[in-house]
Design a protein around this ligand. Structure first.
Ligand code: GLU
Length: 505
């Protein structure tokens, strides 16, 4: 078995907020690294300065902090293979570009945008490759002195990869098996742009994966078309022996049909496609995030882990540790995974249930404060305990639980018609007496006294409880009556009943 330690990387380009598909890619890399006791590297691929968005890098780091996914090495994490931000590695790429030029595997191309446009015009499906490069303005067609003169003169050349046609290129993919193509279909990709003294994604990506000793490249399916080129680059450098293994993850699909999940689907159907809220620095537009929408990070992780992989059992609730143990790259699906966002809310519900009341209480206290309610931790926690099983999100507690903290001032008409019967006023008057006589207002003590009274009088349990609920809650909802009255306490319970008796005359 291989003895090389597993090293994987997540290498986003800081072009905006991290898409939820990118979070899944990072998660799978994380699981794979942890499962193999390997290292997880955070690299920033920022060689395309035109697409750089301020704040994106910080946003990405913040998202992983929130999710609890940790890196071992990389931007802000240190390590001995840095710098880990590609814009800080220009000097390194230059050496490797030169190596390809010296070995004849790459060449300089001086074609202006106008010349390229003209070539496209003249030749249908024009592609810069072995068939066409002989008619273009590059170091293969121009005399050496002319090339030198142009470079000296500061001409804005690019370096292109010289792809030999007719070669069989095989990408060994751990999920898809062997993906074969012929090199003739590939174009002579631009590897370097003299204008900004920076390599393109392809070259920087390969050089860095090599120098950072990456063993597995786990990334989204959208990068599969680049993989043959990457294999050829490894060959051109003579690095085949240490070429990483590839795994291209299935696409995330729209919840309601075919095609790639997009931000528009989220806007249309009402769910976030970003881990955290994002404010566009240019337009000021705000996009919602899973965190701000009230998802627990564990729920998001569990939900994403199962989009494209499953443990092969019925088990759906898996802790991060269980995911680390059970995850299997080879069992990822090739087919795209439908983004079932409703399932995401189910996961959140399950994780809310699994949390202790005390863990959920701070979030509920925040909501209470925002509503102007000055409740103690203990009282907030009691309500969380009574009501958490009914919600998918902590924020849903407030509309359900308002009555615990605010006495009703009006009484729901429908409930009143149905539940407030002719005998109700007299029964409630008696009940006030029964409760007022209690010294111990615990659930058990109230229950015993009230049940005994109902039995003695021959009343119907349902009649009494429904009317009583209307007096304390103002409508027909809520948990058990004794839970409510015990929470409110004797004084508040009796006060609410008196007020209702008056209002419901
Ligand atoms: N910078 C690329 C991205 O934004 C990295 C692709 C790869 O993992 O090779 O996803």
């Amino acid at each position: 078995m291989a003895t090389t330690p597993v090293r994987v990387r997540f290498a986003p380009s800081p072009t905006g907020p991290l898409h939820i598909g990118g979070v899944r890619t990072a998660l799978y890399n994380y699981l794979f690294a942890r499962q193999h006791g390997g290292q997880f590297i955070f690299r920033i691929e920022d060689t395309d300065s035109t697409r750089f968005v301020p704040g994106a890098e910080e946003y990405i780091l913040e998202a992983f902090r929130w999710l609890g996914l940790s890196f071992d090495e990389g931007v802000t994490f240190g390590g001995d293979k840095g710098p880990y931000r590609q814009s800080e590695r220009r000097h390194i790429y230059k050496v490797y570009v030169q190596q390809l030029l010296d070995s004849g595997k790459a060449y300089l191309a001086f074609d202006t945008p106008e010349e390229l446009a003209a070539a496209r015009e003249a030749t249908p499906n024009f592609q810069y490759d072995a068939r066409t490069r002989g008619r273009m303005r590059n170091s293969l067609t121009l005399p050496a002195e002319e090339v030198e003169r142009l470079v000296e003169a500061g001409e804005k050349y690019v370096v292109r990869f010289r792809i030999e046609p007719g070669e069989d290129v095989v990408v060994h993919d751990l999920i898809r098996g062997d993906v074969r193509i012929n090199s003739s279909v590939l174009d002579d990709k631009v590897l370097y742009k003299a204008a900004d003294e920076l390599p393109t994604y392809h070259l920087a990506n390969i050089v860095d994966d090599h120098l950072m000793e990456v063993t597995h490249v786990i990334r989204g399916e959208e990068w599969l078309p680049s993989a043959p080129l990457h294999v050829l680059l490894y060959r051109a450098f003579g690095w085949e022996d240490t070429m990483p293994q590839f795994a291209h993850l299935p696409l995330l699909l729209k919840p309601d049909g075919k095609g790639k999940l997009s931000k528009r689907d989220g806007d249309r159907l009402g769910f976030p496609v970003f881990p955290l809220e994002w404010k566009d620095p240019v337009t000021g537009d705000v996009s919602r995030g899973y965190r701000e929408d009230g998802y627990l990070p564990e729920a998001v992780i569990n939900f994403l882990a199962l989009l494209g992989w499953n443990p092969g059992t019925e088990q759906e609730i898996l802790s991060l540790q269980e995911l680390v143990e059970q995850f299997d790259l080879a069992k990822c699906s090739k087919a795209g995974a439908k983004f079932d966002y409703v399932k995401g809310t189910w996961f959140n519900h399950e994780y809310i249930l699994s949390k202790s009341d005390a863990e959920l209480t701070p979030a509920f206290l925040d909501i209470l404060r925002a509503e102007g309610i000055d409740a103690t931790e203990e009282r907030a926690r009691a309500v969380v305990g009574l009501m958490k099983s009914r919600v998918n999100f902590v924020k849903e507690l407030w509309p359900l639980c308002r009555f615990f903290f605010v006495a009703p001032t009006d009484y729901d008409e429908k409930t009143r018609k149905k539940r407030w019967k002719e005998q109700s006023p007299a029964q409630m008057r008696e009940l006030v007496g029964v409760l007022a006589a209690l010294d111990d207002f615990s659930i058990e003590a109230q229950e015993a006294a009230v049940h005994a009274w109902i039995e003695r009088q021959g009343y119907k349990m349902g009649d009494v409880m429904n009317a009583w609920r209307l007096t304390l809650v103002g409508e027909g909802k809520g948990p058990g009556m004794f839970d409510i009255s015990a929470f409110l306490g004797k004084q508040e319970t009796l006060a609410r009943m008196e007020r209702a008796l008056e209002a419901l005359q």
